[in-house]
Design a protein around this ligand. Structure first.
Ligand code: B12
Ligand code: SF4
Length: 501
């Protein structure tokens, strides 16, 4: 059979708007030419690893290449999250009209089975490792069923998983090729899809398997760039993670991942993490309101009164936190925007990520809002995390939307970027346990990423109007800072080259 695996590009409903993870600035302006998207869709190389060799495979991520419709595959396997669902459905309809069999899987399909079946011959609600071999057999014998699922007890063990076929992806097109070492989460955060899709228990890969997979990915990348470890909390099982960090230290990789603030209480964890290249952590703070935190049933490690101390503890060792904050909880009032932006700036968060609460299908939040009749629509292309799709409690939709834009634009104003960077560099220069030249490269990268996220913030309707002269002043200071780092970096590189001669 000809089998095509596809991850669609999200539908744009406004061509001028960027979303966080598209890295439009990094691609177009910072001159990092080859890269077209942030992370690799890991479901593609995983599915490819499960398909017997006799089939002809086409592996397509639409974010980096066009879909070759003229191939006329026998079977199309589509994978996407909610944000890309409208695009995914359109692609599915087109292939079905051409006569291909279409199967759709992933967290969105699993939560919207009836809707997805309007566009697919079958839906997989389970992990590919558990159902894809059967799907292929059933297609071959003409016995395809409508739904492929497994019970909670039959989730695949992480140790028997085949190594993803990263070699079939165009890895040069990504900033961060992805790899996974654990699945599942026992926590109950009501807006989150992870527990419902991946189960309420952590399942982990053995350290040997992680090292093996890292080596395969590094080989496929052909470079020692950043990897995205897609685990939902790298600090979930600190004992295991420490063992993993020790084993990864000799692999000389650089990586970013997600982690809870629990890591701040463990000096050994932090130092092992940094030592094995883990210097960027996406951290879901979500809110600085205790009431909102209780409302969303967040991981108890999120202890707001100790946020400043713990942020300083983590970042001052040379880590850049990608700090995620969400607006629109029922306890959020109109002052939440101002308070959160001030908090982000005062605590020098390296890369703030601001979102509007979004009722993704299947979550406890969505069930609650549905019962209360507060969901405005399910046109999934607006489910990006930057658009209001439900009726908030303590403000109007417009107030939430504009408050969000304003907060996002304020933390990425030139003045705020400058203040955050100055504060961060100050702590890095005093206490970071990293080589000076590594810190310098990291500073350049973090500055460019701030410019990138600034471009995202200001691609939305303008709601924040700072003093123009003050902004021009800080823009000059930031550019001067970047320029001096670039010159200094060149000096390091030339010295290194001389040492090598
Ligand atoms: C890495 C990641 C990203 C990367 C994605 C890189 C990429 N190109 O894939 C980036 C940073 C870009 C990203 C962005 C966003 N993300 Co994200 N992300 C994740 C994360 C942490 C890991 C994803 C992953 O790689 N998982 C591992 C792979 C293997 O899992 P998988 O894709 O689900 O596939 C498995 C199964 O679902 C199944 N399967 C999947 N497809 C198919 C198809 C078939 C045919 C079959 C048989 C089986 C099958 O088998 C696979 C192997 O087991 C998840 C959380 C999680 N644990 O999954 C959140 C998650 C997917 N993201 C989420 C969200 C909300 C977003 C954003 C909207 C955030 C934002 N506001 O910007 C954007 C949307 C981007 C977009 N255009 O869709 C939500 C999605 C909720 C939803 N219903 O869509 C999740 C679940 C997080 C959460 N806490 O709820 N994200
Ligand atoms: S701790 Fe993270 S992965 Fe777990 S339920 Fe909460 S947000 Fe989701």
């Amino acid at each position: 059979m000809k089998i095509m695996l596809i991850s669609p590009k999200r539908d744009r409903w406004d061509s001028k708007r960027y979303e966080f993870w598209e890295f439009a600035f990094m691609r177009r302006v910072a001159g990092i030419g080859l890269r077209k998207y942030t992370g690799t869709p890991l479901a593609l190389p995983i599915m490819a690893s499960l398909i017997p060799e006799e089939h002809k495979l086409y592996v397509i991520d639409e974010n980096v290449e066009d879909i070759p419709y003229d191939v006329e595959p026998d079977l199309v396997l589509l994978t996407f999250f909610t944000t890309s669902a409208t695009a995914g459905y359109r692609i599915a309809d087109r292939f079905r009209a051409q006569g291909s069999i279409v199967v759709i899987g992933g967290c969105h399909a699993a939560m919207t089975v009836d809707e997805t079946l309007e566009h697919a011959d079958a839906v997989a609600t389970a992990e590919a490792e558990a159902v894809l071999p059967q799907i292929i057999k059933d297609v071959e014998t003409g016995n395809l069923e409508k739904i492929y699922s497994v019970g909670n007890m039959n989730r695949p063990s992480m140790d028997n998983l085949p190594t993803p076929r990263w070699d079939l992806l165009k890895l040069d097109s990504y900033f961060y090729p992805s790899i996974q070492t654990m699945r599942g989460c026992p926590f109950l955060c009501e807006f989150c899809t992870v527990r419902v899709h991946w189960g309420n228990k952590y399942r982990t890969k053995s350290i040997e398997k992680v090292v093996h997979d890292v080596r395969c990915l590094t080989k496929a990348m052909g470079r020692k760039g950043f990897m995205l470890i897609v685990d939902d909390d790298i600090a979930a099982d600190r004992k295991r993670s420490k063992e993993m960090f020790r084993a990864l230290a000799s692999e000389k990789i650089k990586w970013l991942s997600q982690g809870s603030i629990a890591m701040a209480n463990d000096d050994e964890f932090l130092s092992l993490m940094i030592n094995c290249g883990g210097t960027r952590i996406i951290m879901g703070f979500e809110t600085i309101s205790g009431d909102s935190l209780a409302e969303m049933k967040k991981n108890p490690a999120n202890d707001i009164k100790n946020y400043p101390k713990n942020i300083l503890k983590i970042q001052s060792q040379g880590v850049a936190l990608v700090g995620a904050f969400v607006f629109g909880f029922d306890h959020d009032k109109k002052d939440c925007f101002e308070e959160t932006t001030n908090f982000i700036i005062e605590n020098n968060i390296a890369l703030p990520q601001l979102f509007i609460l979004t009722p993704f299908p299947g979550t406890a939040l969505t069930k609650k809002l549905q019962l209360e009749g507060r969901i405005l629509h399910t046109d999934w292309k607006y489910y990006t995390g930057s658009v209001v799709n439900f009726i908030p409690k303590n403000m109007t939709c417009q107030e939430l939307q504009e408050g969000y834009y304003k907060a996002f634009q304020k933390v990425y104003s030139y003045k705020s970027i400058y203040l955050r960077m100055q504060g961060l560099w100050d702590s890095w220069d005093r206490t970071a346990k990293r080589r000076k030249e590594d810190l310098l490269r990291e500073k350049i990268d973090i500055l460019l990423m701030n410019k990138n996220f600034r471009a995202v913030a200001y691609s939305y309707d303008t709601c924040y109007f700072p003093d123009i002269n003050e902004e021009a002043h800080y823009k000059r200071k930031l550019n001067k800072m970047l320029q001096s780092y670039l010159v200094e970096n060149k000096v390091y590189e030339e010295n290194a080259a001389m040492m090598a001669v």
